[in-house]
Design a protein around this ligand. Sequence first.
Ligand code: 13P
Length: 250
Amino acid sequence: MRSYFIAGNWKMHKTVPESVALAKELVAGLRGCGEKLLVAPAFTALAAVAEVVKGTNILLGAQNMGPEEQGAHTGEVSVLMLKDLGVKVVILGHSERRHSYGEGDELINKKVLLALRHGLEPILCVGETLEEREGGRLEAIVGSQVERGLAGVSAEALKNVTIAYEPVWAIGTGKTATPEDADAVHAYIRKVLARLYGEAAAKAVCIQYGGSVKADNAVQLMAKPNIDGALVGGASLKADAFVPIARFRA
Ligand code: 13P
């Protein structure tokens, strides 16, 4: 049976005790859930949440990382530090990083390659703004974010990459792309991947949808052939909102 990848991006929320409490509720609420599950707390809570999720069906993720292994990079967190804490997955190129902190495709690509080199699974986030969509540039923007984000990634390494399609206008706004709209963009992303890596490799890539995913729209989104999971923001901050999303099949 197809397994979906349901991830919670906690963004800049929660102290360490709050993170631990949520992680404990999720461990209890998601016991036996067969999907691939991830929580990505703030850097400061990674070590404590790692202890809670160790040995469970929930993977530990980080929300970003520096583009270098180590060195004089004040304020950055390195891939080695993340691995040290038991982090398995790293979210890269989130639209908040792109738009609020000026991250471009070249920098994001450097991080993707570094993560893969160290055995971390990157979630490469892509997505257009409303202005880009309304200007008819959706495919050009998303296609180039995918292609440039994956530059230098081998077909073998691609197996460890997840793409998250997060239309910027749908993040935290309560506006979800319709399942049909999202599926069409996911199909386009697969077409780009097929051009770069061939049909079979493209088919195997997990493409998550992100942007106001809630329990009441998860079923319709996951029913679409090209939607393989969800990257959840706001609704991942409470167990009673996230658990039903992850258990959307129940
Ligand atoms: P929301 O679910 O709050 O819209 O956030 C989506 C997101 O950005 C996940 O990375």
